[in-house]
Design a protein around this ligand. Sequence first.
Ligand code: HEM
Ligand code: NAG
Ligand code: NAG
Ligand code: NAG
Length: 227
Amino acid sequence: MRVTYSLAALAGVTLGRPSPEPRSLAPRAVAYVDSETGFTFAETKAAATLSNNIVYRIAVPANVPANSNYDVVIQVVAPNSLGWVGLAWGGSMIKNPLTVAYPNGQKPTVSSRWATGATYTALTAGNKSNGTHWQYTVKCTGCTTYTGSSGGITRISPTGTTRFGYACASGKVSNPSSTTATIPTHDVYNYVSHDFSAGQNANFAALLLKNGVTDESGSANATQAFE
Ligand code: HEM
Ligand SMILES: *[C@@H]1O[C@H](CO)[C@@H](O)[C@H](O)[C@H]1NC(C)=O
Ligand SMILES: *[C@@H]1O[C@H](CO)[C@@H](O)[C@H](O)[C@H]1NC(C)=O
Ligand SMILES: CC(=O)N[C@H]1CO[C@H](CO)[C@@H](O)[C@@H]1O
């Protein structure tokens, strides 16, 4: 199923009971302070079904100099009904970093799905699962600067609003401990606008250290490319 309804339109559907939360496609800067890792994330919810959201949270360093590369910390919370979720940083499936993840016991697997893609380092906190959701928290190097379809370098603004693509499937990944596992095709894809401004972290490097990230060890690489 492809979700083509706008969330604003869905909010207008009267079901005889109040909607559990306001839904809107308009960009909004919602800050989420994660007590577990200490990062302040800008949070965007993406509809996976009519009643379930994927929560995307992105933390960036404060005061990134113009035209420079920067790492991000991404935290994703997904309902257990989903076998994988993916974020397309450039807003389409091809020629941009795709952050794909699937549940794998207590520690979801995060997988880079673009040939020249990004690398991920797990934080020592913030990845888990319970009876309803699975969650991961990783540092990404290369998610916000990439060579796009035009051949030029695309750099996502660390303070602006950008359009992401996202996708998910209810089908499970059969060997979820592998970063190169074959994933079933998405049954939903759509787009969200993410406003980075609420996720500024003046102490970004110190917080990474606090969460056990000192080097590039644990990086995952792409094997499945969407050229
Ligand atoms: C299992 C491998 C995959 C297959 C076979 C596949 C196939 C497709 C196809 C055929 C379309 C076009 C559908 C249409 O025009 O109605 C599409 C669109 C899309 N896919 Fe995938 N896909 C895969 C993985 C992914 C992943 C990992 C992501 C990560 C976010 C993703 C994100 C998207 C997005 C955002 C679109 C919308 C079109 C665009 O804006 O580029 N796909 N996919
Ligand atoms: C389950 O985990 C998710 C993601 O970490 C969290 O948002 C939710 O509150 C948890 N639910 C319970 C009952 O602990
Ligand atoms: C990831 O890929 C890059 C080149 O695409 C390579 O230089 C690097 O060694 C790879 N890292 C791992 C951990 O495989
Ligand atoms: C391997 C790894 O990073 N595991 C951590 C995932 O996050 C939990 C807390 O949510 C830690 O306890 C694990 O050590």
